[in-house]
Design a protein around this ligand. Structure first.
Ligand code: ZN
Ligand code: ZN
Length: 251
């Protein structure tokens, strides 16, 4: 497939921007004529690749800004979640879900989970964002429409910060960093955040077809009153104690 530059692209050197092209990410090869002029772009990979953009261009994107606003700060974990969610969305070639089109299963409640909620549209409140407390940066995205799913798992070598960064993280967390150390930490933290945005998808993640069975749709049931506290509770979540229905908070 060859696409004329004039149709919808801007080319700056070898960086290519494809405006308003959100959910699928493509790689392009520049085709040059014998006189050296660029004549066309050729799609060389579809699906899991990310656009060739630098970190600043990504951070200026509307979807990244929404992630940062929701999460409250920009950090390496947010970058990982942003990249994982985009890679998963590209795999599924799905649009943001309105209701329960997509189901996200995350295996950590760290920073990355916020980017996943913003980009996939799967949220706790809609019942299509499922948290498994495994302490792993693994995102499984399942499409209800097609029944297909993808598992995006962080590669072992992808996220480890260098020794200086690791030492500074400890000092900052313990409140023992000097002013200069804090400044250096912020510098390294931002560099890590940016590096992760620019890294090739295949260097960050292993993508495999998901083997997680489709989770059940959110259940709606009339509440019953807990026999101890009297608060309305989903009956399926209560336990029977001495013949009385008790909410889990009262056990
Ligand atoms: Zn964070
Ligand atoms: Zn109760």
């Amino acid at each position: 497939m060859e696409i004329q530059l004039s149709t919808f692209m801007m080319v700056t050197g070898y960086r290519i921007e494809v405006p308003a092209y959100e959910s699928r990410q493509l790689r392009w090869k520049i085709i040059t004529a014998s006189d050296g002029n660029i004549t066309a772009l050729r799609e060389i990979e579809t699906g899991t690749g990310d656009m060739i953009m630098n970190a600043q261009e990504i951070m200026n994107r509307e979807d990244f800004k929404r992630c940062a606003a929701f999460h409250g700060h920009v950090c390496p974990g947010l970058s990982i979640g942003y990249r994982a969610a985009r890679a998963a969305m590209a795999w599924l070639a799905e649009r943001r879900s309105e209701d329960e089109e997509i189901v996200a299963v995350v295996e950590t409640d760290a920073c990355s989970a916020d980017a996943v909620q913003v980009l996939t549209g799967c949220t706790f409140g809609k019942g299509n964002f499922i948290y498994k407390d495994h302490g792993k940066m693994v995102l499984t995205l399942l499409s209800r429409k097609t029944g297909q799913g993808v598992r995006v798992a962080l590669r072992p070598e992808a996220f480890s910060p260098d020794a200086e960064h690791t030492a500074l993280i400890r000092k900052v967390m313990a409140g023992e960093a000097s002013e200069a150390e804090r400044t250096r930490f912020e510098e390294l933290h931002l560099k890590r955040t940016r590096d992760l945005l620019e890294a090739p998808t295949e260097a960050l993640f292993n993508l495999t077809p998901a083997e997680t069975p489709m989770p059940a749709k959110a259940r709606i049931e009339p509440s019953a009153l807990c026999a101890r506290c009297g608060e309305p509770t989903m009956p399926s979540k209560m336990e029977t104690v001495d013949g009385r229905q008790i909410c889990r908070g009262c056990l």
